[in-house]
Design a protein. Sequence first.
Length: 129
Amino acid sequence: MSQTEIELIKQAIQTGYVEGLQNEGDFAKIDQGIHPDFALLIPGQGNELQQRTLTEWKKQIQADLAAGRLPRQPGNQVSIKFLLIDVIGNAAVAKFDFYIGDNRGYVDYQFLYKFADGWKIVSKIYHTY
């Protein structure tokens, strides 16, 4: 696992997820760091598992942009603190704390693959604090 690959993984997450999805609603940044077949896996009731696709998330972002909820204002922006990055070949997992302003809200586990055009987030699970 090279330091360069770790930095590229961090950059994909920072650009695609933090800046693109969470703070700015910038579709070019989202597409730069997140694979089109991305899936957010959400625990439901009992043993149910719900899935949110990138297409569904982008529709929500369009609504948030139209309503003025994005881009986020200073003090309400998302930031992350990396806790772990593990890489084997073209597969990686990143674990990080997710903050809104100063409040830690989640721990994310994001799964990435390295494609011809770089590292892309392909899936995410999380735990709410």
